[in-house]
Design a protein around this ligand. Sequence first.
Ligand code: MUC
Length: 92
Amino acid sequence: MLFLVRMDVNIPHDLPAAQADEIKAREKAYAQQLQRDGRWKNLWRVVGEYANYSLFDVESNDELHTLLSQLPLFPFMKIHVTPLAQHPSAIA
Ligand SMILES: O=C(O)C[C@H]1C=CC(=O)O1
């Protein structure tokens, strides 16, 4: 099942920089692990924003929820999920 996910990150200004850096490092490692195993298929930065659009390929809504809620930045994100279906005019 394919899902388009937008993540907007908002780290509080009063979070110590070292703590923010540690969370971002764990986030990067987790994101790259999921990209390597094929579930996080694409990851794009939104120009000019601390946000991304991502394409996930997972087995279920529950799997996606588990995966997203384990993101180290999850407490600091607004996440919007769009489930995708086949378009009848698509050739690929
Ligand atoms: O930077 C972001 O968009 C947030 C998050 C998503 C992947 C990652 O490494 O950090």
